[in-house]
Design a protein. Structure first.
Length: 307
């Protein structure tokens, strides 16, 4: 392992003999394979290649500029002194493969991911905003959110909860970190209830609806109100009996959560983009993708109507 890191370090700090890089998606920090690159010297091509993943792409010829292209990414180029070990590319085509048509109404669409649940991943509901999922309106029109689906582990005690929608400021990405700052609730459902033995999908109607403007983002969180015992009194269950929201495998970087400061054991003030952070760390430190089960997100779906 020490030899591997020595070789990698040598490749990055000794550009006289070679220069190495990997291509990475700027939004998800996942490796991108099959990216065409052309190397130039004095405006004349001297080399061509196609990127691979899980290993370094190395240029051994003398050059002064390089360009990258792939059908679904924006073509970009760099001067030699601008080329970093991580080359970030931006998608030119937006894929909406996470969107499926609802069987209930022809004019209604479901947005969100519908992937396999992760058995080991479920988080207890909290009375404060500890984690949530970002939904983005990528259409050129306003959308109205009319319903939501959430997925829960088997409920042990009657649980009162609310679904909250927050506007927020999303920070710039720096070293794989991106935070949500100043979340402000703009829409809250009435108090809802989960009865004991409820399990799996729960659908929540929002007859008043919530309008999300074109190009706007919203953070959605499922938050606890109280637990009730069999006599109908508010109480606090044991930790193992708390109501938990299921998590599922994710292909996106829209899951934000607060972290715990290892020195103070206090929660961070901002929510951090968890999957972006994991993908960046694996790409930057280990030069590989994390295991698929490491990239998860709360199991929440929204039903929308386009205007």
């Amino acid at each position: 392992m020490k030899l591997l890191y020595t070789l990698l370090l040598t490749a990055f700090i000794n550009p006289v003999f070679s220069q190495s890089f990997i291509t990475v998606d700027v939004d998800t920090y996942e490796f991108i394979a099959d990216v065409n690159y052309s190397v130039f010297k004095n405006n004349k091509p001297v080399s061509k290649g196609v990127t691979v993943i899980n290993e370094l792409n190395t240029i051994k010829k003398d050059f002064d500029s390089i360009s990258f292209s792939r059908l679904d990414y924006e073509t970009t180029g760099f001067k030699k002194n601008e080329l970093d070990s991580l080359v970030f590319l931006k998608k030119s085509t937006i894929y909406l493969d996470e969107i499926v048509l609802s069987n209930t109404k022809d004019d209604q669409t479901v947005i969100g991911e519908q992937n396999r649940f992760v058995k080991s991943e479920a988080k207890s509901l909290s009375k404060e905003l500890l984690y949530g999922l970002v939904f983005r309106n990528k259409w050129n029109t306003d959308i109205t959110i009319t319903k939501a689906d959430i997925f829960v582990d088997k409920v042990k005690h009657k649980t009162a909860y609310k679904i909250k929608f927050y506007t927020f400021q999303e920070s710039f990405i720096m070293n794989g970190n991106q935070d949500i700052k100043n979340p402000e609730p703009v829409f809250i459902t009435d108090t809802l209830f989960l009865d004991p033995r409820t399990k799996g999908k729960v659908t929540i109607d929002m007859p008043q609806g919530f309008i999300l403007a074109s190009g706007e983002n919203i953070l959605v969180s499922v938050e606890l109100v109280d637990y009730y015992n069999e006599e109908g009194n508010v109480f606090k269950p044991e930790f193992k009996d708390l109501t938990k929201l299921k998590f599922q495998l994710s292909d996106r970087a829209d899951y934000y959560a607060k972290l715990i400061n290892s020195r103070t054991n206090e929660l961070t003030p901002n929510l951090r983009n968890i999957n972006l952070m994991i993908n960046y760390d694996f790409a930057h430190i280990f030069f590989k993708k994390p295991h698929k089960s490491s990239i998860v997100a709360p199991a929440i779906l929204l039903y929308i109507i386009k205007k």
